[in-house]
Design a protein around this ligand. Structure first.
Ligand SMILES: [Zn+2]
Length: 285
């Protein structure tokens, strides 16, 4: 359990809360910060875009929240709504059937897959985007995630518009075996044809880091996001060492040239708009 939420009473839940930019009212009265353990008032937390005002911890956003954070209101048009995953290997682990797990995640999240793709405008400028959602099997990359990301990249190429990939992922989806790993080559090949931007958010690891999450022309990350190929726990177990604090976060990645900037969630939309202006200006020259 990562978030301790206190559910509202029915009277409080029906109060007419207006949605704040980028974040849907969760109905939580209070949320405990995962990092500093501060008890945050739910509405302030949402108003602050789910960032802890005390320690700056950036809570995960759902794909829809991320889109609302970045897009001009009402500008989002979703693509590939009907593509859904199959179970190519008839995979079963720990008596859990992959096909059942997929169905369960669809019910839980209301999403078809771990990524949403489409196009938006940001300050009036067009942008194609793929946004991953950690709630759907840890944002893992199966065939459909790879297919949808490739599709949106090709859409960007056809229309001559930039593509943003907001990644949050544990890596490749092991339940699809080689089909999943093939997505690394497929998405990377598509990206080679295109200029685009990236926002790896917390966490971005594994086969996703090793393919599309790091191949952008510009890579931005939120503060404190876990950005690495291998997660710290696995490194520590394998190497029998204790890693120093913060060696796999976005600040470390910035210091070592893996990413271009660490941007606070509050500044993401504006930063993106500036980059898009720059891009369209250069294109028109
Ligand atoms: Zn905190």
């Amino acid at each position: 359990m990562v978030k301790e939420a206190i559910p509202p009473t029915s009277a409080q839940a029906s109060s007419a809360d207006q949605p704040k930019p980028g974040v849907h009212p969760s109905g939580n009265l209070a949320v405990k910060c995962i990092k500093c353990k501060e008890l945050l008032y739910g509405r302030d937390w949402e108003k602050n875009l789910k960032v802890c005002p005390r320690c700056n911890y950036h809570f995960k956003l759902t794909a829809q929240e991320r889109i609302d954070l970045l897009a001009d209101p009402g500008s989002f048009v979703e693509m590939d709504v009907d593509i859904i995953s199959v179970d190519p290997l008839h995979f079963v682990s720990r008596s859990e059937v992959y096909a059942d797990k997929l169905e369960e995640k669809r019910q839980d999240t209301g999403m078809n897959e771990a990524v949403v793709v489409g196009h938006i405008t940001v300050e009036g400028l067009p942008l194609a985007l793929a946004v991953m959602d950690f709630r759907f099997m840890g944002g893992s990359m199966g065939s459909v995630v790879g297919e949808k990301i490739t599709d949106v990249i090709e859409f960007g190429i056809e229309r001559g518009i930039p593509v943003l990939i907001s990644s949050v992922s544990g890596g490749a989806r092991m339940q699809e075996g080689l089909y999943s790993l093939m997505q690394m080559a497929k998405t990377s090949a598509a990206l080679a044809k295109l200029g685009e931007a990236k926002i790896p958010t917390d966490p971005t690891t594994g086969g996703v880091t090793a393919s599309f999450a790091m191949l952008g022309d510009i890579t931005l990350a939120e503060p404190g996001a876990l950005v690495s190929f291998t997660g710290p726990r696995v490194i520590e177990q394998f190497m029998h060492i204790k890693l120093p604090e913060g060696v796999v976060n976005s600040e470390f990645a910035l210091q070592h040239g893996m990413i271009d900037a660490v941007v606070h969630r509050r500044e993401l939309r504006h930063t993106l708009a500036r980059l898009l202006h720059l891009y369209s200006h250069n294109r028109n020259m």
